[in-house]
Write a protein that binds this ligand. Structure first.
Ligand code: FE2
Ligand code: FE2
Length: 274
C-alpha cells in the first residue's frame, strides 16, 4: 500500500472533480480497511502543491463578482447546489492537505484516520451534489464559483493548530449553522433528492467539526495551553472577519465547541447572546 501522505498528494494533484473523489474514496477504503484489521500502515512524507489541481471549469471569481440568484427559482436552487458542490470539493482537498502538509508532525494514527474518514465523506458529498445538479440538467462547472476558498489553507500552511482552528472549527462549524435553512428551501420546493443529499451532509459534518475540536484540544494539552485562549488568538490571526450568529448551538455542542469559543469572536463580542 502506498504511504498515506503520497496518497494525499496524488488526490491533491488530480484536477477533475469526479476523478479526484474516485481516487479519494479508493485510497480512503484502502487505509480504513487496513486500520480496521489492526494494521499500522505507513504515513510517510509528501510534497503537496500549495494549490490543489482543479478543473478548468468552474471559473473562479471573487465573492463580490459571483452573481446572486434567488432561491425561489430553479436557477437559484441550482446555484445553491453548485456552491455547495464547490465547498465540498474544496473540503476534499482540505482534508487530504492536512494529512500531506503535517505528515511530519508526530501524532497518533487516529489523527490520520479521522481526516481520511472526513475526506471520504466530502468525496461522497461532492458526488451527491453533482448528481443533484445533473438531475436538474446542470453540472459542476456550469456556473462560476468563489475563488479564495483555499485562502485558509494557504494562511495556515505551517501552523497545524491554526489550520484546525480555522478549517474544521470555524468554516465547517459554519456549515452546521446554515445547512438547516438550506434544507428548508429544497423541502419547500419538493426537491426530494436534494433534501436527502443535504440531510446526509448535515448529519456527517458534525463529525468533521468534532475531529477538529478533538485534535485541537489534544495539541493544546501537549503544549500545556488554554484551548479557549489559543483558539481566540488563532482565529483572530488567521480568519478574516467576525463570526456571524445565529449559531447552531446544539450541533456545535455535539461537536465539542462550547459557546465561549465562538461568541467572543462575533462583532459585538457576544453581548447580545440569549
Ligand atoms: Fe461535506
Ligand atoms: Fe466537512
Amino acid at each position: 500500500m502506498m504511504p498515506l501522505a503520497e496518497m494525499a498528494e496524488a488526490v491533491l494533484r488530480t484536477a477533475d472533480g469526479r476523478e479526484k473523489t474516485a481516487l479519494s474514496r479508493k485510497f480512503a477504503a484502502e487505509w480504513l480497511s487496513a486500520r480496521a484489521e489492526g494494521a499500522r500502515p505507513e504515513v510517510g512524507r509528501a510534497d503537496p502543491p500549495l494549490h490543489p489541481a482543479r478543473p478548468a471549469k468552474p471559473e473562479l471569481l471573487s465573492p463580490r463578482e459571483v452573481p446572486r440568484r434567488r432561491p425561489g427559482t430553479p436557477e437559484g436552487r441550482a446555484a445553491l447546489l453548485h456552491a455547495v458542490a464547490h465547498i465540498e470539493l474544496n473540503a476534499v482537498d482540505l482534508h487530504w492537505d492536512v494529512i500531506a502538509r503535517f505528515s511530519h508532525v508526530p501524532l497518533p494514527l487516529g489523527f490520520f484516520d479521522d481526516w481520511v474518514k472526513a475526506a471520504d465523506d466530502e468525496s461522497k458529498h461532492f458526488n451527491l451534489m453533482c448528481d443533484c445538479l445533473e438531475e436538474m440538467g446542470s453540472h459542476y462547472g456550469a456556473m462560476p464559483a468563489h475563488a479564495g476558498m483555499w485562502r485558509a489553507a494557504e494562511d495556515t500552511v505551517d501552523d497545524l493548530m491554526g489550520r484546525l482552528a480555522v478549517v474544521p472549527m470555524v468554516l465547517e462549524a459554519r456549515g452546521l449553522d446554515v445547512t438547516p435553512g438550506m434544507i428548508k428551501i429544497f423541502r419547500n420546493a419538493k426537491a426530494d433528492s436534494a433534501v436527502a443529499a443535504l440531510e446526509t451532509i448535515y448529519s456527517e459534518e458534525v463529525a468533521h467539526v468534532a475531529y477538529g475540536s478533538k485534535w485541537f484540544h489534544f495539541l493544546c494539552g501537549r503544549h500545556d495551553e488554554d484551548p479557549k485562549d489559543r483558539f481566540h488568538a488563532l482565529v483572530r490571526k488567521y480568519f478574516h472577519g467576525d463570526l456571524k450568529p445565529p449559531f447552531n448551538e446544539e450541533k456545535r455542542a455535539e461537536a465539542g465547541i462550547p459557546p465561549d469559543f465562538y461568541w467572543p469572536l462575533t462583532a459585538d463580542g457576544g453581548s447580545t447572546k440569549n
